[in-house]
Design a protein around this ligand. Structure first.
Ligand SMILES: [Mg+2]
Length: 296
């Protein structure tokens, strides 16, 4: 039995990191705005944040302008969605135009690059004060699964060094892919699950959810690993592609798909998946729930 696991939102709860990133994004946007717009910028950003969460299937984490996950799928996505909103309104709305230019001026290549920078900075700040954030209950569930003979490979967009440090802090034995060791987690960082194929699109509809599943880096890892189960907290990033593979690829028919449902998981996604993707198993109590589903 091999479990392919996401990291953030599975082994952690990203509440504090996300709050720090949101504060950083807003503060830097206001600070960099032209002096004449600075006062208006705060109110404009607050309104833009309301708008992206009111239309989460229009805005989200959108590298290169294509939606890779929805604004409401996890606490980080809403910051990416704010930057996506600015991107879409630059050239139309004067404040969006000014903020877009203000982000590029200090040397960021794009709003997306700025988003990545603030994410890394926020995580580093929280780690410096709180320490690494692997949850005790998740570490315990991970140990239980490893001892129960389940092979676990952690496939995350987070960098390898962070995964290495955070699992080390949690006291979980681990090796970095391609090394492998029985009874230890195997880490595959920098997985780029969010990257969409520039050469093609494969939008799948699950009821009202239309999700891009042309994710070449993630697909390659899934094919290499051929897991028996996949767990993640963001349907678009973690589970939509394995679900399509389960429905279409011989040998994938019995792959189990665990969706960790948190306080931030959108009700609309819960409803659509329950009605249109019954293969996805919602799990209420974190990784402990996955251990229970697999080991009893
Ligand atoms: Mg996640």
């Amino acid at each position: 039995m091999k479990l392919l696991s996401d990291f953030d939102g599975v082994w952690t709860h990203p509440r504090e990191e996300s709050q720090a990133q949101g504060a950083l994004v807003d503060a830097q946007l206001v600070e960099w705005a032209p002096a004449a717009l600075r006062e208006a910028a705060s109110a404009w950003i607050a309104e833009a944040r309301r708008r992206v969460l009111a239309q989460p299937d229009l805005y989200g984490w959108a590298p290169g302008g294509r939606l890779s996950c929805f604004a409401d799928e996890d606490p980080f996505a809403e910051h990416s969605a704010l930057l996506h909103y600015i991107h879409l309104h630059a050239g139309i709305d004067p404040v969006a135009t000014a903020l877009h230019e203000a982000v590029l001026a200090p040397g960021h290549d794009s709003l997306e690059a700025f988003g990545g920078h603030t994410h890394a900075e926020a995580v580093a700040r929280i780690e410096a004060t709180r320490g690494p954030g692997v949850l005790a209950a998740a570490a315990e569930a991970g140990s239980r699964m490893l001892q129960g003979g389940i092979e676990i490979v952690v496939v995350s967009n987070s960098g390898r060094e962070k995964l290495d440090r955070w699992f080390g802090h949690a006291g979980l034995d681990h090796v970095v892919h391609p090394e492998s060791k029985p009874g230890a987690l195997r880490l595959r960082g920098g997985a780029r699950k969010f990257v969409l194929d520039p050469a093609r699109s494969a939008i799948e509809a699950f009821g009202a959810l239309s999700v891009e599943t042309a994710r070449p880096h993630y697909e390659q890892i899934l094919l290499e690993e051929a897991p028996d189960a996949v767990v993640g907290d963001v349907f678009s990033l973690d589970l939509a592609l394995p679900l399509v593979m389960r429905r279409t690829r011989p040998g994938w028919e019995r792959v189990r798909l665990f969706w960790l449902v948190h306080d931030y998981s959108p009700m609309r996604v819960r409803e659509q998946l329950a009605a249109h993707a019954p293969e996805v198993e919602p799990i209420e109590n974190g990784l402990a729930g996955v251990a229970r589903a697999l080991l009893g």
